[in-house]
Design a protein around this ligand. Structure first.
Ligand code: BGP
Length: 490
């Protein structure tokens, strides 16, 4: 039996992950265009980051019934922002003006990598310009140069669930092949300007979520639209990978998948079979991008979603094959349980009596992380990269803004130990770990500040009250030790 050691390979990448829309702010600065995310809805309740739209008859609506852009919004609705309304994402936690301070704080923990996403509409405000917006490029140039001072390398997410609003409205988002070209032009611009300092790239964030709640920029999307959007994203990703490999010889490309582990609720054969099918609907995304071809079970999945055929151009298959990913990146927060009769895509599914849950009802399952790492590597045989993992909690700060977040330390300790076991005992090659999200930021699913993940507390509440002051939490010192010992103190 292999010896249980915690320390990790010498060149292991330790860091944190963020997304522009939840972190940057600077909504109206540097020539940034309007982003699809600026108008996202939530599905459960109206909250202030959400958009208002004006219908052609002048009436204002504030759609609430969908997580993603405009699912239930009439075609003639035009986005508007109301001056007297506070939108947390417009300011977020203002990385735009705090990047030097934040990078210094991350470097203080010993990060040698920082994953962030570029805001597409900062570079091409409508997605249709022929020349990029230089002020947008300069911002990321400054960020990358600041990181270089601390030997921290970038891991850039090219597209984190978003697109310029213009592309969503005018072309109905990713159902249009025009958007493939717009994306490739955008990616090429990033390679041109940052390729000399960036080796690691992610073409998309949580691309497999597109089959359920994930953003496609598409209005009133059917199952067919979602899978067509996914196909166009696969082609866009593969084109970017091939181009990136040509332009940046050292480059390594991944895409990021939401990888909750999935368990069958019982060993009843029907539950087991259902679990296999539901799991395979997730593998669909990783198989196509990681192996470069559509799997034999694709048609069965399409039929399950109510259609028989996808508009795949003849040349697409060669494009997918040529643009295979170099590594498989994923987010891991929880596991799910499923049984016969559940929807295939069913976050939340059946309850798992063996697991505790976070205040948001997310089951805490560190062993599930080790399971996932093994499953992905067994299947795709390419290195993996854990690019999001963390615990959203309601932190109680004292009058000095200090937070004793022992629960976060426990969560991370257990997950990092499971990761170390997968690497040291199971020999899964893993490039690194970027924790979500090192500095508190706006939650994606709730649009709130009160669901916090950070090692660093940010003084800002859901009403926009706060100084934005940064204060390291107890977990900051803990993580610093873990990184300094390369995992040995886990
Ligand atoms: C992932 C997203 C992130 C992030 C994270 C935490 O799905 O890629 O953008 O927000 O989940 O989720 P939440 O903010 O909803 O707690």
């Amino acid at each position: 039996m292999s010896k249980k050691v915690k320390s990790l390979p010498k060149d292991f990448l330790w860091g944190g992950a963020t997304a522009d829309f939840q972190y940057e702010g600077g909504f109206n600065e540097g020539g940034r265009g309007i982003l699809s995310h600026d108008y996202e809805t939530d599905g459960s309740q109206a909250h202030p980051r959400h958009h208002t739209m004006r219908l052609s008859d002048g009436q204002l609506i504030n759609p609430k019934s969908s997580f993603i852009l405009a699912e239930d919004i009439p075609d003639d609705a035009k986005p508007v922002f109301l001056d007297d309304q506070y939108y947390p994402s417009h300011q977020a936690v203002d990385f735009y003006h705090h990047y030097k301070e934040d990078i210094k704080l991350m470097a203080g923990m010993g990060f040698n990598v920082f994953r962030f996403s570029v805001c597409w509409s900062r570079i091409f405000p409508t997605g249709e310009e022929t020349e990029p917006n230089m002020a947008g490029l300069k911002f990321y140039d400054d960020v990358i140069n600041e990181m270089a001072k601390y030997n921290m390398e970038p891991l850039i997410t090219i597209c984190h669930d978003e697109m310029p609003m213009n592309l969503a409205i005018k072309y109905n988002g990713w159902t249009s092949r025009y958007v493939i070209d717009a994306y490739v032009k955008y990616a090429q611009t990033l390679f041109d300007y940052f390729g000399d300092r960036c080796r690691y790239w992610l073409t998309f964030n949580e691309i497999n979520a597109v089959r359920g709640f994930g953003p496609t920029g598409v209005r009133q999307a059917t199952g067919h639209d979602r899978y067509l959007a996914a196909h166009n994203m696969f082609v866009a990703s593969a084109k970017a990978v091939s181009l990136g490999h040509k332009m940046i010889p050292e480059s390594q490309f991944g895409a990021m998948y939401a990888m909750s582990e999935l368990y069958p609720a019982t060993c009843k054969p029907e539950d087991m079979f259902h679990h296999m099918q539901a799991r395979r609907e997730n593998w669909y995304f990783i198989d196509i991008m990681g192996r470069g071809y559509y799997p034999s079970y694709a048609e069965e999945i399409w039929q399950h979603h109510g259609f028989n055929k996808l508009e795949i151009a003849p040349e697409d298959l060669a494009t997918l094959n040529a643009g295979q990913l170099d590594y498989i990146a994923f987010s891991y927060y929880r596991s799910n349980t499923t049984k016969d009769g559940d929807e295939w895509f069913n976050v939340g599914g059946s309850a798992n009596p063996y697991l505790d849950e976070t205040p948001w009802g997310w089951p805490v399952d560190p062993l599930g992380l080790r399971y996932c790492m093994n499953e992905i590597y067994d299947r795709i045989q390419k290195p993996i990269f854990i690019v999001e993992n963390g615990m959203g909690a309601i932190d109680q700060a004292d009058d000095q803004d200090y937070v004793e977040d022992d629960y976060r330390i426990d969560y991370l300790q257990q997950h990092l130990s499971a990761m170390a076991d997968a690497i040291n005992i199971d020999h899964v090659p893993c490039l690194g770990y970027t924790m979500w999200a090192p500095i508190d930021l706006v939650s994606l699913s709730t649009g709130e500040m009160k669901k916090r993940y950070g090692f660093v507390y940010v003084d800002m509440d859901d009403q926009g009250q706060g100084s934005l002051k940064r204060t390291p939490k107890k977990s900051y010192q803990w993580m610093k030790q873990v990184i300094a010992t390369n995992g040995a103190t886990l």
